[in-house]
Design a protein around this ligand. Sequence first.
Ligand code: SF4
Length: 188
Amino acid sequence: MGIEAALPTDTVLTTQLQRVINWSRRSSIWPIPFATACCGIELMATACSRYDLARFGAEVMRFSPRQSDLLIVAGRVGIKMLPVLQRIYAQMTEPKWVISMGACASTGGVFDTYATVQGCDQFIPVDVYIPGCPPRPEMLIEGVMAIQRHIDGQGLPPSGPGGRRVPLGIAVQPTHIQTPQPVGVGRA
Ligand code: SF4
């Protein structure tokens, strides 16, 4: 998968190169937003100046799946939209990751209806679940950091029998303690 196939067999050199590859991968995550509802607003806020997702190298939102390696599902997924979501996931470059942001993406939320997918993890592998309605931007950042920690440690996503993708299945706990913002509201 990816550049790993071109690594030499020498173990010392390979280890050092692998570290550089992992560092560059985790420092340049390119997300593709699949924002269908109100969680998308929090996603936009995460990229804005107050929360500044750029600090984590993940602010370059791409709207082409072929240029993306992190799918952020933010909002409810309708049955009619599901084939689009699956196609976007299939077209993304490997190695790729998925964050399910908010109650609607993870469980259908309050929309317990025939027209709403009751959890996108039934159809695509979800690596990080972020609870909340909507989650705060800090929680989305925590989800991105969870994926970065995995890339730092293991590099590639886990795979099962037959090369089948095994999702990380990390749930961000809703224990974020809010601290005063560095710049007070209304102050220049
Ligand atoms: S989880 Fe809440 S905020 Fe997010 S899309 Fe659903 S209803 Fe909107």
